[in-house]
Design a protein around this ligand. Structure first.
Ligand code: HEC
Ligand code: HEC
Ligand code: HEC
Ligand code: HEC
Length: 126
């Protein structure tokens, strides 16, 4: 039994290595689900975000949120361009960018009777 395991272990190692290489070379960014959004140094609890609820269920296009990426399916983090404290070249801060993106649509949705969160504690959840 032991001897068999010793013989198999290196094969598994090689197989995993090959799988890793293939998935890296096929580099498609994974869509994490669900996401927990939290800015560096945040004082409030994190905000949950679900791609399934937005992009799939509600059919919101990637580019609506990933608005400046060359390929919206391979996006950078919002904080790549939206800085924590500083407005540079009239790019709003990360907090303002998130609030504008999330809240504008949620308010419009709520006005149409769709139950999207608009209150602080509905997004910043303990
Ligand atoms: C539609 C969702 C949503 C609503 C409603 C919302 N926020 Fe946010 N807010 C976010 C997201 C997303 C971020 C960035 C990620 C994070 O840190 O939570 C953020 C960031 C922040 C930050 C900076 C990070 C921190 O925790 O210090 C503050 C302060 C903040 N929000 C305050 C508020 C207040 C006050 C309200 C209500 C008047 C509010 N937010 C309502 C989504 C929301
Ligand atoms: C309603 C807004 C919204 C829509 C629509 C949306 N996303 Fe996102 N996505 C986000 C937010 C917010 C993040 C977190 C970004 C961050 O951490 O700064 C994110 C993160 C990602 C990430 C991880 C990026 C990283 O480097 O961490 C990928 C990949 C991604 N989205 C792909 C997609 C694809 C593909 C679509 C369309 C099918 C899509 N998104 C639609 C808001 C959205
Ligand atoms: C590659 C850089 C880049 C990335 C990544 C990026 N943004 Fe932006 N964003 C900008 C620039 C530049 C502006 C300045 C105004 C403009 O040209 O629309 C902006 C403006 C905005 C605005 C204000 C638009 C208006 O009409 O006032 C919002 C809201 C916003 N971004 C949200 C987001 C969110 C949410 C993410 C992540 C899902 C994100 N951005 C990722 C570059 C970026
Ligand atoms: C273009 C429109 C749009 C944008 C942009 C948008 N949302 Fe939403 N969101 C919706 C709608 C519509 C719903 C209601 C979904 C449902 O219940 O079917 C929703 C629901 C939610 C919910 C509650 C349901 C769940 O997923 O658990 C959360 C939390 C949420 N959104 C967070 C965010 C955050 C954070 C952002 C910004 C990063 C954001 N949303 C941007 C339209 C939007």
């Amino acid at each position: 039994m032991r001897a068999a395991l010793f013989a198999i272990a290196p094969c598994i190692g090689v197989a995993l290595f090959v799988v890793t290489i293939i998935s890296v070379s096929g580099a498609q960014k994974q869509v994490p689900e669900p996401l927990s959004l939290l800015l560096e140094g945040a004082k409030l609890p994190p905000t949950p975000f679900s791609h399934a609820a937005h992009a799939e269920k509600r059919k919101i296009e990637c580019v609506i949120c990933h608005h400046k990426d060359k390929d919206p399916k391979e996006p950078d983090k919002c904080t790549t361009c939206h800085l924590l404290k500083e407005v540079k070249d009239s790019v709003p801060t990360a907090k303002d960018a998130f609030h504008k993106n999330c809240q504008t649509c949620h308010k419009e949705s709520a006005a149409k009777g769709v139950n999207a969160p608009t209150k602080c504690a509905e997004c910043h959840k303990k």
